[in-house]
Design a protein around this ligand. Structure first.
Ligand SMILES: [Mn+2]
Length: 397
């Protein structure tokens, strides 16, 4: 018998699917949340079944289970932990650990791609073009390479995964991988996916208005409560508000926080690590500890959500030669204007913050220091008129 304890996301399910293709009914597959795995491994170690081959994929165990598994392996037990999370690299010190974040050609690994290659190399599964294509879609989705490559099929595969139970998805995919010549969705799935795509867009648009900006441990975070579509939210909100270092997505029901960033200067697995969690540099998660609850929920509760930049302006546009006006909830006026090849900021008429080489840097400054947004045209026009009146009055003195 083969036992597979794997993650309950698309990459984890991909491991279940290739295991089913390899072992058929001889595989007992359990899909776990990050927290659920340790309980499952504890129970397995108590029974100490040495005749089973245990695979753990896309997840890591805690220290107690790490030692338990090592003792189990040393006593002749068969176990393999295959993962691609940076925070799991220390398992490589064991013969039973196989953690790889990146391939030699620079492409990022996923648990499904690593496990698939393991099965091929050990003669447990025969490669087919359909399997290759499926594994590559999962890898592109899990590593976000799909976005750069605009690989919509990978994104849609993940959407489809969330439209049904894991078991149903596994059954559907295994049948397709065993019989189809190429990997594709059927007409009904394509229609469902179109509807789902619109639904996600509406959801993200609504969440944009609930985002709360705050500073935690010297980093600028955007906080939002959401039960689903964490990847889409992390990505869309991050791009909409590039002055935020990262996005924290809270799920109060499951008491979990997801951390996402689009920036290279932030490693969200470090932030998750502070609360006992882990993950990748750009996507990580943790349980909501009491400290996390205080910082991300209680202290933030009285704060106001972020205001989006005015988007229908004809005059008050970014990088306008006449200057761009921002405002905030304290009724301050932040005016960004070009000067001598650079950019400067006036705060209520006084220059502040020094000179900026690029407009984006000046904008980042007013957004981070003053929680400001691009004002609407009406506000801009009356600001300019007042400004001109002041200048005139000064000249007449
Ligand atoms: Mn993964």
């Amino acid at each position: 018998m083969y036992l597979l304890y794997t993650h309950n996301d698309l990459d984890g399910a991909g491991c279940g699917i290739v295991a089913r293709c390899a072992f058929g009914v001889k595989a007992d597959i359990r899909y776990n949340s990050i927290g659920g795995l340790n309980l499952q491994v504890e129970r397995f170690l108590e029974k100490g079944k040495k005749k089973h081959q245990l695979f753990i994929t896309d997840l890591a165990v805690n220290e107690a289970n790490e030692q338990g598994l090592d003792a189990f392996a040393k006593a002749g037990g068969k176990v393999k932990l295959i993962d691609h999370h940076k925070t799991s690299l220390h398992f490589n010190r064991y013969a039973w650990g196989m953690v790889q974040v990146e391939y030699e050609n620079g492409k990022l690994a996923s648990a499904t791609s690593l496990f698939y290659e393991y099965l091929l190399q050990n003669g447990l599964l025969k490669p087919t073009p359909t399997l290759d294509a499926f594994v590559e879609l999962v890898r592109q989705y899990d590593t976000w390479e799909w976005e750069r490559n605009n690989q919509q099929q990978a994104k849609r595969l993940n959407d489809l995964f969330h439209l049904m139970s894991i078991e149903e998805f596994e059954e559907k995919m295994v049948a397709r991988l065993q019989h189809a010549e190429t990997f594709a969705f059927d007409d009904f799935e394509e229609k469902l996916l179109d509807i789902e795509e619109e639904k996600i867009e509406r959801y993200v648009r609504r969440k944009k208005r609930e985002l709360i900006p705050t500073v935690i441990h010297d980093l600028y975070a955007g906080i939002v409560h959401a039960e689903s579509y964490h990847s889409e939210l992390g990505n869309e909100l991050g791009k909409e508000y590039p002055h935020l270092d990262y996005i924290a997505i809270l799920n109060m029901g499951s008491k979990r926080i997801s951390f996402r960033t689009i920036h290279d200067h932030v490693d969200v697995s470090d932030i998750a690590g502070r609360y006992g969690g882990g993950g990748h540099a750009k996507a990580a998660g943790a349980s909501m500890t009491e400290e996390a609850y205080r910082q991300y929920v209680a202290e933030v509760f009285p704060m106001e959500p972020i205001r989006a930049d005015a988007f229908r302006n004809a005059f008050n546009t970014k990088k306008s030669p006449y200057g761009s006006l921002y405002e905030n909830r304290k009724d301050q006026s932040l005016f960004i204007f070009s000067v001598g090849g650079g950019w400067a900021v006036d705060v209520d008429g006084e220059e502040e913050g020094g000179r900026f080489a690029a407009f984006e840097e000046a904008e980042r400054y007013v957004k981070r220091q003053y929680a400001a947004w691009l004002a609407r045209d009406e506000v801009y026009v009356s600001f300019l008129m007042e400004h001109m009146a002041e200048q005139k009055a000064k000249l007449q003195v």
